[in-house]
Design a binder for this molecule. Structure first.
Ligand code: BG6
Length: 510
């Protein structure tokens, strides 16, 4: 039996639960467009290298970098080496081609290089949005993306028997509002098949984010509590210490809502609150996420004023690339409802910002007050005692807070945490999000990639307050000092609704 299992694993017919596995032994060509950029050096290439080190790439793989900067292969490898040490064997697979993004001949040259190795093609588009249309049109015209040759398997693009596949990975931003995102989707779908399009949201590759689904749907004790009978409110926080760094020109056109709320925060919310999918198939999961996004209550002329707040850090206007009269927000907090049976009446708060006190990404599910308070005189200005906290970073883990008595004579209650911490439980390296997502793209698993209708629904929701902010020059943009948790006004904002931001719960004396 053991020998049989080993043979099945080796041949790819059986994938042990929890293990990472590559499903193809065909030659793999990875083409990175935008290869001289920051993302390639910091994230994409290190992730490919870690997959190679973990034997998760086929034996025969090749990497071709393509961008404008004139460089030799060695020059490119040296540039990559500033971020990570790559071994000789890995470097021998790397080639570099320079070319103009708008020039078809450059892509023909790229195509000739790839043709040296017949095989599958994974094309990573690590490029700014303003050149995306040009680049994809040329990729298509130069036949760098080949259509799937195996008709009967066309729906999932995994052509095991008869041909090689081509897939494209797209980075955000995916449009700047509903109309532009829909337009972009039509444009891309005219060039490629939807099953070849992998829209990445790197948050979905983070271990704790994937674990939301396992936690909810593989355990019996949480799901009965996961509804408006028991949950008081939900809070998602994405705070960063860094300012906008060298990304002024991009950020000033985006703002924190487009940068992290439209995508990362709403993806986290979908996984936390969607209905159980009928299976773990990519489309079954994505159907549920779309349903959830469709049920977010849109803001109207009145609600956006009271239920959203925006801020900007002091000194933002002096950042390179930022317009002098900029009204772009670097901080936002919003409150809204999910209009469905499970969540009716449960407020959701999302808070995100740059230049804040710490780098923290967390989601909190707060449970309701007890029906009868046995312990009187609890300080009124406190948060609810029972929460489930998903810590996405730092220190990935899942925690449950409960009230406990401090040992001693008086009845003094403090919140204590029951912890599940990745590092302590598994004591192994957590794969980077990009590593996981690249492997999924190679393995044709779209579950952690965003479908076009999810993007559209997320924009529809965000547009309902963002457009109103943009059309109302009187809407306040509060200043805060870098290193604070955001503008002072965010406290009055949430207190009006009878809640407190996380971390503000204090010791409870009874
Ligand atoms: C990116 C945003 O999508 O996510 C950045 O564009 C942000 O502004 C980053 O800093 C945060 O990702 P992580 O994985 O560092 O939390």
């Amino acid at each position: 039996v053991l020998i049989l299992i080993v043979v099945l694993i080796e041949t790819g017919f059986f994938i042990p639960f929890g293990s990472r596995h590559i499903k193809t032994s065909n030659t793999l060509n990875i083409i990175i467009v935008g290869a001289s950029g920051d993302l390639t050096q910091r994230k994409i290439m290190p992730a490919i290298y870690d997959l190679y080190k973990d034997k998760l790439l086929p034996d025969d793989f090749h990497i071709v970098g393509f961008s404008r900067t004139q460089m030799t292969d060695d020059g490119f490898i040296k540039k990559l080496g500033a971020f990570k040490d790559y071994d000789q064997n890995f470097c021998s697979r790397i080639e570099y081609i320079s070319g103009e993004y708008s020039n078809l001949d450059s892509y023909k040259k790229l195509g000739e290089t790839i043709l040296k190795h017949d095989g599958n093609r994974l094309i990573y588009l690590a490029i700014p949005p303003d050149i995306l249309r040009d680049v994809t049109a040329n990729i298509s015209k130069a036949h760098i993306v080949t259509q799937c040759a195996c008709e009967e398997d066309k729906t999932n693009s995994y052509c095991v028997k008869t041909g090689n596949w081509s897939r494209l990975i797209f980075e955000k931003p995916f449009g700047t509002d509903t109309d532009s995102a829909v337009d972009l989707n039509y444009y891309l779908q005219a060039l490629f098949d939807e099953h070849q399009i992998y829209r990445i949201d790197h948050f979905l590759g983070k271990e704790t984010v994937q674990n939301i689904m396992i936690f909810r749907f593989a355990n019996s004790i949480f799901e009965p509590l996961w509804n408006n009978h028991y949950v008081d409110h939900i809070e998602i926080n994405i705070s960063e210490e860094v300012k906008i760094q060298s990304r002024g020109a991009y950020f000033d056109n985006a703002g924190i809502v487009r940068d992290v709320i439209q995508n990362h925060a709403l993806q986290l919310l979908s996984l936390l609150t969607m209905e159980p999918p009928i299976s773990f198939d990519a489309d079954a999961i994505r159907d549920e996420k779309v349903k959830l996004l469709k049920s977010l209550a849109l803001y109207d002329e009145n609600t956006y004023k009271d239920h959203t707040i925006r801020g900007v850090y002091h000194g933002y206007l002096q950042e390179t690339g930022v317009k002098q009269d900029s009204k772009t927000e670097t901080f936002a907090a919003i409150r809204f409802f999910i209009q469905n049976w499970r969540w009716a009446g449960v407020p959701v708060y999302i808070r995100a910002g740059k230049a804040l006190a710490s780098k923290t990404t967390q989601a909190h599910i707060y449970f309701k007050e007890l029906p009868h308070k046995l312990f009187k005189n609890i300080a009124p200005d406190r948060n609810l005692p029972n929460q489930i906290i998903f810590k996405f970073q730092p220190h990935e883990g899942i925690h449950l807070t409960c009230l406990s008595k401090i040992p001693g004579k008086n009845f003094e209650l403090v919140p204590v945490e029951m912890d599940f911490n990745y590092q302590m439980n598994f004591n192994s390296r957590l794969p980077d999000a990009y590593e996981r997502l690249l492997l999924d793209a190679i393995n044709n698993d779209l579950s952690l990639f965003i479908r076009h209708d999810e993007i559209k629904e997320a924009w529809r929701f965000v547009d309902s307050f963002l457009k109103r902010w943009e059309n109302n020059s009187q809407f306040p943009l509060y200043e805060y000092n870098p290193g604070q948790n955001g503008p002072e006004q965010m406290h009055t904002f949430i207190k009006r609704f009878g809640h407190l931001w996380n971390k503000e719960y204090c010791r409870l004396k009874i």
